[in-house]
Design a protein around this ligand. Sequence first.
Ligand SMILES: O=P(O)(O)OC[C@H]1O[C@](O)(CO)[C@@H](O)[C@@H]1O
Length: 541
Amino acid sequence: MSQSLTALPSWHALEQHRQSMHAQHLRELFAADPERGRRFTAEGAGLYLDYSKNLITDETITLLIRLAEECGLAKRRAAMFAGEIINRSEGRAAFHCALRAPAGAVMHTGGENVVPQVQEVLARMGAFVDKVHDGRWSGATGQRLRHVVNIGIGGSYLGPEMAWRALRNFRHADMDVRFIANIDGAQFLDVTVDLDPAETLFIISSKTFTTLETMTNAHAARAWVVAKLGEAAVARHFVAVSTNTEAVRAFGMDPEHIFGFWDWVGGRYSMDSAIGLSTMLAVGPRHFAELLAGFRAMDEHFQTAPLARNLPVLLGLLSVWYNNFFGAQTQAILPYAHDLARLPAYLQQLQMESNGKGVDETGQPVAVDTGPIIWGEPGTDGQHSFYQLIHQGTRLIPCDLIGFCQPLSPLQNQHDLLMANLFAQAEALAFGKGATDLRAEGAAEAQIPFRVCPGNRPSNLLLADALSPATLGAIIALYEHSVFTQGVIWGIDSFDQWGVELGKILAQRVVADIQDGGKSLRHDSSTNTLLQRYLQRREGS
Ligand SMILES: O=P(O)(O)OC[C@H]1O[C@](O)(CO)[C@@H](O)[C@@H]1O
């Protein structure tokens, strides 16, 4: 696919069109078209996208849409929603859209309508959450379980942690949710330091139930509970979320306490599956249902809106535009919402694990760059740190700025100040400030080269009314489908992640080497020397 990608008529046309964009500046594009800020907008699932401050013209969008058509986006999208095996290297469907299908919908994969199973797990989750909330499910000593610790990593952690923070205003009054992901004991000790095992419920979240970090932390948690409450307490203080029921049983957990999901749910696409149990414990079943409704609304928009007005398609194609035609290597996610502090980290896995691929679906090397590096921090913090490089540095960094009209945490006029910064940054990025304006303001001539902000730095601005559960669901599904759109253009499998396996296997070998005291080191000279030094010095002096 990717060999022929560069041979597509639309790709050629985009290359030529890109040349014609060299001399264009957003200042002129806006001056030439007073309607630009209204025309280059789209709406769906409660989200308003202003993409007018991108380095685009009408022709750019026409050509990008043509590219999507020539790459068969509509057909690939239909295949995903039909539960076909689109994750070919793993022989699986990527059917996360079935997780938010309404009860009664019919969605087949592998010849089976999976909606009843999804609904059954959701109902079990809801019943369990209600019991924890009203105290019918208590700890082994009869005390209320007020603290939930989710043990999981990657897709079994980033979504739940992001949602715990994002939905701060919707939390059940006395639920405290914490997360242990890292195998570094520092995190376990830090998270549990002030917890009482008698009031703590652990959720062991792992699709495979084999992940070293998660299994190690799960055993540490088990020992921590057993030390205070005895072996019999495990059943009251541990539940599991996994597709691997056999392994959960082997861990010693009652099958009744397993909340399952399916191999057609990728880890990084699983926050709306049972992996969201900690989210449901945090915000309750009703808000969790609203979160799913937000995902669903964006699924519907993605399936039905014309490509040129389709939010995920536009975002995905704009990413391709900068990645492949401007050589942009990174993309910044800048939420102007403190509660979305972990969104950049969440989207990092979603985008980089999905589209960080060097071969196409047929196993041939790709001919063009694929997934960009995703990074970011909430505004306004980032403004006082790395925005300098975005405004005046030598690299082009397309930015997604995200804001909300209504504050859920009103404090004096601070929301207006926050939003003023958001709008001002988008303006500054696009239009900058030239030497003429600086001179007119009386800037010292010697300072002018340092003070000029060239502008012409692209951004999307995503605006929603409030950071509600439904809005969060819509935002996540927006990025899921944007990532999908990009993957279709590049012709890659966005749903496997073979690249992370090698490190896992080598780590197991190194663990064995450390355990036998380095007697038979068979690595390269660098690794051997590092291990020897570590073994000599790890006890300290
Ligand atoms: O849920 P599991 O199976 O423990 O895997 C955790 C994470 O590890 C990965 O496989 C990558 O190492 C991710 O894709 C996944 O989200």
